[in-house]
Design a protein around this ligand. Structure first.
Ligand SMILES: Nc1ncnc2c1ncn2[C@@H]1O[C@H](COP(=O)(O)OP(=O)(O)OP(=O)(O)O)[C@@H](O)[C@H]1O
Length: 205
């Protein structure tokens, strides 16, 4: 079920090439750090992986990808809902019985180091807790492809470390995970790197 990037390049109308010649196979169970300077096209490439943006050059093949989830840099959720509810919802939406959904949500919250805040309202969570909850919720819906955009951008170094430690373990779920990041520690937590700085030159001609 690989996602295949073949000679991928992109430029917005009237703008220079952001990147060219990105060729890579993305494999289930791997967590890819997508790095590069600000403006190098990390969010744009995430948008292509999600199928929202057509590449100007090359192509993406997404064989076997039925469900894609995107975790944004600003955690969002119904402020008065508990952490447990927010993780159980996607499970219920997939048809789980309420007891099963609660049990699975509880297990996921344990795994994402959120045991102590299961009953807490979303609005009362710290930044790191809220971001880990977004990751737990995304995993609950069992996507084939998980896209994460700058997960530690809003966090101090200590809090970011708690998020990086769970990101490093996402590969165990058999998803393809791609994490756009400026944070070296997030990059180091991933199992592979795609550095757009290496693909910044314009194509010949
Ligand atoms: N729809 C668009 N039309 C024109 N230009 C765009 C569009 N979307 C993004 N850009 C430009 O493309 C460049 C790459 O943007 P992108 O957000 O992909 O970079 P990035 O590497 O994610 O940046 P950052 O690290 O700052 O978030 C930027 O110069 C941006 O202004």
């Amino acid at each position: 079920m690989p996602v295949s990037l073949e000679g991928l390049g992109h430029r917005f109308a009237g703008r220079p090439w952001l990147f060219t010649g990105v060729t890579r196979k993305l494999l289930p169970g791997q967590v890819y750090a997508l790095t590069g300077p600000s403006g190098s096209g990390k969010s744009t490439l995430l948008g292509m992986l999600a199928g929202w943006i057509e590449p100007t050059a090359g192509r993406i093949t997404r064989s076997g990808i039925r469900a894609t989830k995107w975790v944004f840099q600003n955690p969002h959720g119904a402020p008065g809902r508990s952490a447990s509810d927010l993780v159980a919802f996607p499970l219920l939406a997939c048809g789980a019985q309420p007891d099963d959904a609660d049990r699975a949500a509880s297990d996921l919250l344990d795994r994402f180091n959120l045991s102590s805040v299961k009953t807490h309202e979303f609005r009362s969570l710290s930044g790191g807790e809220a971001q880990r909850l977004m990751l737990a919720r995304a995993v609950a819906s069992a996507p084939d492809l998980l896209l994460i955009d700058e997960p530690t951008a809003q966090l101090d170094a200590t809090t970011a470390a708690t998020v990086n430690s769970v990101i490093g373990e996402l590969g165990g779920d058999g998803m393809i995970v791609v994490v756009a990041t400026h944070d070296e520690r997030t990059r180091d937590a991933c199992s592979a790197v795609i550095d757009l700085a290496l693909f910044a030159e314009s194509p010949a001609g």
